[in-house]
Design a protein around this ligand. Structure first.
Ligand SMILES: O=C(O)CCC(=O)C(=O)O
Length: 314
């Protein structure tokens, strides 16, 4: 069926969809405003010290371990309190245009939050010993409840953002924005380009790195592909968008200062057929699974101590 003239994608939109179809990501050619990013970062830093004081004592944690419900949520999300300062991202023409191409003009925010890569120097010794080698070091369980309005990572193994959405289609995308310059020393995102092509797969993922530095990725259903790693270093305001099935992760932050970023999930309006549907149609693979991860026990604590991304080099 021919598309009506108004529905036809522009050249830019078509390029963006091609980029997503092949690589499962789009790196925004222009950063968002560095000045506005810096101002937002200043406001975030005013709310707490990003050091040992974030964390519960070992005794306090052991008295009542809580592994779930420790991320930002409605009513406890620092980004919502800073809403008036988010126009430089949410209204930036290059972001609106990329998201509209993928999700249609009436796309919606599914989730938004601040993510902090916690530096090694801030993690208490007792905690380091407990989390050594674990694949998902989301430290929310160990920080004071008042500070759970931000997500804290000390590295997270290669994963799909679909991991948090069992039984949901990969009809959403992630937007990640750096609020300061991120070098290889600041826990940059590692992204496996083209990995979305195997569709939805279960965490932890079957990945092996060869001598050349390429990864072989198997889907557990009999298919395997070679994918290349891209390390997302970037300047203040750097922004990238990726598919919900694109594998990505971070190593623990070896720097002596925190890495602070914005992480958004955007989704298409229900019932619409848009760019992301064309991307998904190009990969004849499941884009939804009933069980997305097998690394946690019934309380939500890690039961696997194996990690792939920590072996990756730049
Ligand atoms: O910022 C990080 O260290 C990891 C973030 C990430 O991969 C995620 O939130 O899905």
């Amino acid at each position: 069926m021919a598309l009506a003239l108004a529905d036809r994608p522009t050249a830019d939109e078509a390029g963006m969809i091609d980029d997503f179809t092949v690589h499962g990501r789009h790196i925004l050619p222009d950063p968002v405003s560095a000045d506005a990013a810096h101002d937002l970062l200043t406001q975030i830093r005013r709310t707490r010290q990003f050091d040992h004081s974030l964390f519960l004592s070992e005794a306090a944690f052991d008295a009542d371990p809580q592994y779930t419900g420790v991320n930002p949520r409605p009513g406890r999300n620092l980004l919502d309190r800073l809403q008036a300062r988010l126009g430089f991202v949410e209204d930036a023409p290059q972001i609106v245009s990329a998201l509209s191409a993928l999700l249609g003009p009436d796309y919606e925010i599914l989730n938004r939050k601040i993510v902090c890569g916690v530096p090694a120097s801030a993690v208490p010794t007792w905690l380091k010993a407990r989390i050594e080698g674990a694949p998902v070091n989301n430290l929310g369980a160990f920080v004071h409840p008042d500070y759970r309005d931000i997500t804290y990572f000390y590295g997270i193994d290669f994963h799909q953002d679909l991991i948090d959405y069992k039984d949901r289609d990969a009809d959403f995308v992630t937007l990640y924005v750096y609020l300061h310059e991120v070098t290889v020393h600041d826990a940059p995102l590692f992204l496996l380009e083209g990995s979305h092509r195997l569709g939805a797969t279960v965490f932890p993922h079957d990945l092996k790195r060869d001598e050349q530095g390429d990864w072989t990725y198997a889907d557990g259903r009999g298919d395997r592909i070679k994918v290349q790693q891209r390390v997302l270093t970037g300047e203040t305001g750097f922004a990238a968008i990726w598919h919900a099935c694109t594998l990505h992760g971070t190593q623990p932050d070896a720097a002596d200062h925190e890495r602070i970023s914005l992480r958004y999930l955007f989704t298409k309006r229900a019932g619409t057929t848009v760019g992301i549907d064309r991307v998904n149609a190009s990969m004849p693979k499941p884009i939804r699974i009933a069980s997305t991860r097998i690394d946690l026990d019934a309380d939500g604590a890690a039961k696997i101590t194996q990690n792939t991304i920590n072996q990756a080099r730049d």
